[in-house]
Design a binder for this molecule. Structure first.
Ligand code: NDP
Length: 629
């Protein structure tokens, strides 16, 4: 893309650079992450689980198990599945929701589906024998699949649903985690796995006067079908005479807007930053093709997809969809030269120009089309793929209310106000997303206390300390699956599968080798941090120029804490490589382990069967890990 683009009718690189900066500038705000409101803390009514019958009770559970897992989404379920494969089945899964599924339990809004191909997204397809009905599975199908996974791997008897963990403390005497819950359970666990979700804590926009609104309102992850009628698979039938406002134009809104457009009298879509929406091309699964797949196909396809969306450019693009086409060139990587920097910038502009041109081709009103155009780099936010979102704006009952980057100015008792115009609505749907980069203990809803009673919030007050985002010093036998110092990827279930496998391996090795305490050396954590920072530096240049989003903590100034709380920003496969090399062979490099004391014949073991001298450093002292990928 050069000056010729202007002559061909497209903008020049300079024009685009200027436009991107202007648009970014409009969205920068001094309050950064603090602009949002916390659904569970501040709007309890809106946080209620609409999918369970009220009044559930059960007797408290008091028990000792090998593992307590917090979270019954894919991360928690897959951890339990991999543990079971290693023969460890005395596991408790504590889950706030009324069933398994995590994201797919909560997100039942109409039109909800996974934008990653089902054949690479749904884990363990070869083991369950399940064939997704469509290339991109609906949320209903994925929720159903979660339940199938739970049945297949016998997870239901191990679950405590509708239960929040309220506290967890490491007990040095018993060398166990003592876990308490909102239903008075007392669980004692040798290992404590935090798989509490990545996109589970809903946030509301910080619109001044948001409490003033007197109509119906809910967040997309708490869809109220009693208000809208219908169900995830049936059209909404109570909105035909209603005016509805949707706040947000991210990945969720892109899926929900077309459904609402069909069902309501008037739909107002309040936009702060336009989303990028590429071609979806949904289609039913080709049954013959699916049946022809040979053993091992799924892992191969998953890896191939991740290669294709991280710029590794595999020989064959197996999935060959909007994702792989859009992300084929990794334009956020550190360029080796000025020429490469320019080539990457050009490739990014070109990819986004395709998105912008598509809007002109579909949206009939040129003014609306212009306002729907995203001017940000393709790695700055999650790109979406949908074939009905843009056409929805051609309907006479759908109105785009563009806020020119500011967001809704205020809320009145009757509805949102933008530029002095009040939009009275009967219902507001907040498609305003989730907390992703806030403190982990805040998102978990409890603050684990580790060695010497030190809470995670204290230990991480100036940022996280972990090895691979999985083990944390000061917190023996605690295993984390989160984005904090962990991996990241387009296909979240790939990340969660690999993390779960890793966690299960560690637990299994500890059980087999009679290790009673495992905890990383601080020096190993520091080494991991330098890896994260080294990789992060590459993308920093790109991300600093991005429009604000949860990807970059709303462009909040990066302090020491934020710098430590980063994710591994390189390829997911590189991150997985670190995990695999660390555990194959499993030598516990950079980790302190304490083994069960051998009981000498005729001798009396200590109260807990342990001897302090049994503390061992890495099994091969001085064994230094090389951190390069
Ligand atoms: P997002 O955080 O992506 O979007 C929130 C939206 O709310 C943005 O458009 C944001 O604007 C807007 N907003 C926030 N504050 C205001 C305000 N004051 N006034 C007006 N608008 C406001 O949340 P989503 O739920 O859409 O998506 C979150 C993530 O969930 C995705 O990135 C993806 O990872 C996952 N997801 C995945 C799907 C899949 O198919 N796999 C489907 C749906 C979600 P702005 O952009 O300016 O911040």
């Amino acid at each position: 893309m050069t000056e010729q683009d202007s002559s061909a009718g497209g903008p020049s690189i300079d024009e685009l650079r200027r436009r991107y900066q202007e648009e970014r500038q409009k969205r920068l705000r001094p309050d950064g992450m603090a602009q949002y409101r916390d659904l569970s803390d501040e709007f309890e009514d809106l946080d209620r689980d609409p999918f369970v019958e009220p009044g559930f009770t059960r007797d408290p559970v008091v028990e000792e198990v090998t593992v307590v897992i917090v979270g019954g989404g894919f991360a928690g379920m897959l951890t339990a599945v991999h543990l079971a494969k290693h023969g460890i089945t005395d596991v408790r899964i504590v889950e706030k929701a009324g069933d398994f599924g995590g994201t797919w339990y909560w997100n039942r809004y109409p039109g909800c589906m996974c934008d990653v191909e089902s054949y690479v997204y749904l884990p363990l397809l070869e083991e369950t024998g399940f064939m997704p009905t469509e290339r991109y599975a609906s949320a209903t199908e994925i929720f159903g699949y979660s339940k199938l996974l739970a049945r297949t791997f016998d997870l239901y008897p191990r679950a405590l649903f509708q239960t929040d963990v309220t506290g967890a403390e490491w007990d040095p005497e018993s060398r166990r985690w003592q876990v308490t819950t909102s239903r008075d359970d007392r669980l004692s666990a040798r290992f404590f796995v935090l798989a509490g979700g990545i996109l589970h804590k809903a946030k509301l926009p910080g619109i001044p006067g948001i409490e003033r609104y007197e109509g119906k309102a809910f967040h997309t992850s708490r869809w109220d079908y009693t208000t809208t009628g219908g169900s995830p698979s049936e059209p909404m039938d109570k909105l035909a005479d209603k005016r509805v406002g949707v706040i947000g134009t991210g990945a969720t809104a892109v899926q929900v807007v077309p459904q609402l457009a069909r069902a309501v009298k008037e739909l107002y879509v309040f936009q702060r930053t336009p989303g990028a929406v590429g071609v979806r091309n949904q289609r039913p699964t080709d049954v013959e093709w699916f049946r022809s797949l040979r053993p091992g196909w799924q892992h191969e396809r998953i890896v191939n997809f991740t290669q294709a969306v991280t710029g590794a450019q595999p020989e064959e693009d197996m999935v060959a969809d909007g994702w792989t086409e859009m992300m084929w060139v990794d334009t956020q990587k550190a360029p080796g030269s000025e020429e490469e920097a320019e080539a990457l910038e050009r490739a990014d502009f070109e990819a986004m120009e395709t998105i912008r041109r598509r809007i002109d081709e579909i949206v009939e009103d040129p003014g609306t089309a212009e306002k729907l155009k995203p001017y940000w780099g393709k790695h700055c936010k999650r790109v979406c793929f949908h074939d009905e979102y843009l056409p929805a704006f051609n309907r006479p009952n759908v109105h785009l209310v563009d806020t020119d980057g500011r967001g809704v100015d205020e809320m009145s008792a009757r509805g949102p106000v933008v530029d002095g115009v009040e939009y009275p609505v009967d219902l507001i749907v907040y498609a305003s997303g989730f907390e992703v980069t806030t403190d982990l203990h805040h998102r978990l809803g409890f603050d684990p206390k580790g060695r010497d009673g030190v809470a995670l919030s204290e230990r991480w007050a100036k940022g996280a300390h972990t090895l691979h985002g999985v083990l944390a010093s000061g917190f023996p036998n605690l295993l984390l699956i989160s984005l904090v110092q962990g991996g990241f990827g387009t296909n979240f279930s790939h990340l969660l599968s690999e993390s779960a496998k890793h966690v299960a391996h560690i637990v299994e090795a500890c059980v087999e080798q009679e290790i009673v305490e495992i905890e990383p050396e601080e020096s190993a954590e520091d080494e991991w941090l330098s890896v994260l920072l080294g990789v992060g530096m590459g993308g920093a240049r790109y991300f600093m120029s991005c429009t604000p989003s949860f990807y970059n903590s709303e462009q909040q100034a990066i302090d020491q804490r934020a710098a430590r709380n980063l994710t591994y920003t390189g390829s997911l496969l590189e991150y997985v490589g670190y995990l695999e090399r660390w555990r194959q062979p499993l030598e516990f490099a950079g980790v302190k382990v304490r083994r069960e004391a051998p009981v000498e014949p005729g001798s009396v073991a200590t109260a807990k069967g342990m001897a302090p001298e049994n503390v061992v450093a890495p099994r091969r002292p001085g064994h230094a890990r090389r951190w390069s990928p």
